[in-house]
Design a protein around this ligand. Sequence first.
Ligand code: SF4
Length: 247
Amino acid sequence: MSPSGASQPDAGKNSGAQEAPRPVEREFDPEWIRTLNEKYRPLSPEQRIVELYQDFDPARVMLTSSFAATSAFLLHIFSRAAPHQQVFFIDTGYHFPQTLEYKRKLTELYDLKVVDIRAEDWKHQFTVTDETWKKDPDFCCSINKVEPIYAIKQDFDVWASGLMRWQTEHRSTLDIFEARSGIIKFYPLIDVSREQRDAYIKEHQLPFHPLVAVGYSSIGCTHCTVPGMDRSGRWNNSPKTECGLHL
Ligand code: SF4
């Protein structure tokens, strides 16, 4: 496939153009997932993370961070409980410069092992020239966020991220462990309230993303983020609330 722009990338579209390779989906025993949830529910987020490395092969644990508004919360806990854990950052090519600066700052502060992943260049360039975020943000997110994760996902059994129930309607339905799209999702912060998060941030004096000070509560790509409470500033001209990574 040429990067000339003559072809359109296909991430689930029906044009017949080249499809991104998708890993073979694995299945997990629901009874095992239920047992894991029961075991981890009484634990604190820190204890859950420590326990994770007893129950899973540490080399098969994947952690992602968007280095968004309050990403320091999860990263600080992980850096203390599992200092050797790699942190994958999806570089969409559309981040605010302040996000890249925040990433640099947290990496230095907590000695993080950050690995950047991104879409194939010709596919990303297609979204640049096509301005795909304007007409089909799901497709743009699929190319720039979902596909880079799919490319590495099969190397891991469990995927940790910092979702919390109060953030969106979809997130309000999640448990600590979920079998989803061929991997086990692990949300150690899922039942942490906004007040508990803020108290932890204050106690440990964690730095916020610089854009929080000017009214942004949730921070993604420049094209799809405006100031606003909670996630109201994301894709604010469409019903979209999730980039697709966690669906
Ligand atoms: S958040 Fe917006 S610019 Fe970023 S990948 Fe999704 S649609 Fe594209």
